[in-house]
Design a protein around this ligand. Sequence first.
Ligand SMILES: Cc1cc2nc3c(=O)[nH]c(=O)nc-3n(C[C@H](O)[C@H](O)[C@H](O)COP(=O)(O)O)c2cc1C
Length: 407
Amino acid sequence: MSDNTAVDPYRSLDGRNVILGVTGSIAAYKSADLASKLVQQGATVDVVMTPSAKEFIGTATFAGLTHRPVTTGLFEANSDIAIDHVALALRADAVVIAPATANSIAKLAFGLSDDPLGAAVLATSAPVIVCPAMDAHMYDNAATQANIETLRRRGVYIVEPAEGRLASGLIGKGRMEEPARIVEHVRWVLGRQGDLAGWKVVVSAGGTQEPLDPVRHIANRSSGKMGYAVAAAARDRGALVTLVAGPTALPDPVGVVVVHVVTALDMRDAIAGAAKNADLLVMAAAVADFRPTEAAKEKIKKGSRETVTLELIRNPAIISEVSGPKLIKVAFAAETGEAARKAREKAHYLGAAFIVANDVLEPGSGFGTDTNRVTFVYPDGTDEALPLMDKLAVAHELLTRARKNLT
Ligand SMILES: Cc1cc2nc3c(=O)[nH]c(=O)nc-3n(C[C@H](O)[C@H](O)[C@H](O)COP(=O)(O)O)c2cc1C
């Protein structure tokens, strides 16, 4: 068993009250997963179902997942809303309707309140997030589009459905967004007034690939997870985030502008452009220190050679080159042993407010893991060692310290 099993995952919706509205779509089965994911992120989830939704999924599933009573009718006993149908709405930090049928979207556009969900939406001042799910023709229909537009104009946040295979067998736009992505939208919406609201943050992530020939490259083992966590954490606190990412297997985070790059030189150019007007640059990418002096135009053949010698040339030190009138810089240093001491030696020439040192050989730390144990190294020679933590928690600790420099 590795050390990282002892670390509690960071919960990005701790203390938040979320109403999860479920309507009569075949995608209602996915709302069970969504309810579970919201609860796992720390939210208190009150499920409100339309009468049609009960044809698709049972209340026991939601009650079991949320540990709370499920509201299914305006006049039902044991329903909070029956006693005071605005109680949940007033307490809510967000109302998420997933799946949202064409019918319920139309009712919301008209402000109808003949079911508990419509009543809750009218009574709340919390952000309302609507995740449509329907047949592609129903979604494209002018009436549905006009209703969605009406909701948008009123400030309702629409999570666009995805293109894909629909329950009808058709391929088209109308598939409800995946629950994990909906949770990210919720985090983004709830973070809009966070302590980084208005700040422009640029984050680099992942490793770079330096081509040797058209089919080979020199790379490193960075998974991109640390930089992606910093980008997501900054977004969750209201920042406008640009993520400059080397090749990774990770999906683009919701609510973040992602610039995909391959080489160190591409990364340098993308960061230089994005950082010009930025407030904060966090260099979490593992940028190759060297690249082949020349990439062969054709695949290098092995022929009869037993050895090959590669000539490498130094890549630019991006963090030292990039500047902006108000730019605060934070650098990561991935080391193998004595990470803090080695980072301290770099501190004076990187021009960073602090360096985040991590030992990539430690169990649970560094490349590919979901956790990291870092030491913040400051230019005055002091440092601050953190315990092994979830990467998202490390990202928040980093941003809290960077925030002190931003004001
Ligand atoms: C098997 C089946 C699947 C359905 N799936 C959807 C759907 O994905 N989206 C939708 O807008 N309507 C769908 N409907 C139609 C709605 O259930 C119907 O419009 C209902 O009145 C919606 O009520 P509600 O919006 O109050 O939940 C489906 C109906 C059936 C019988």
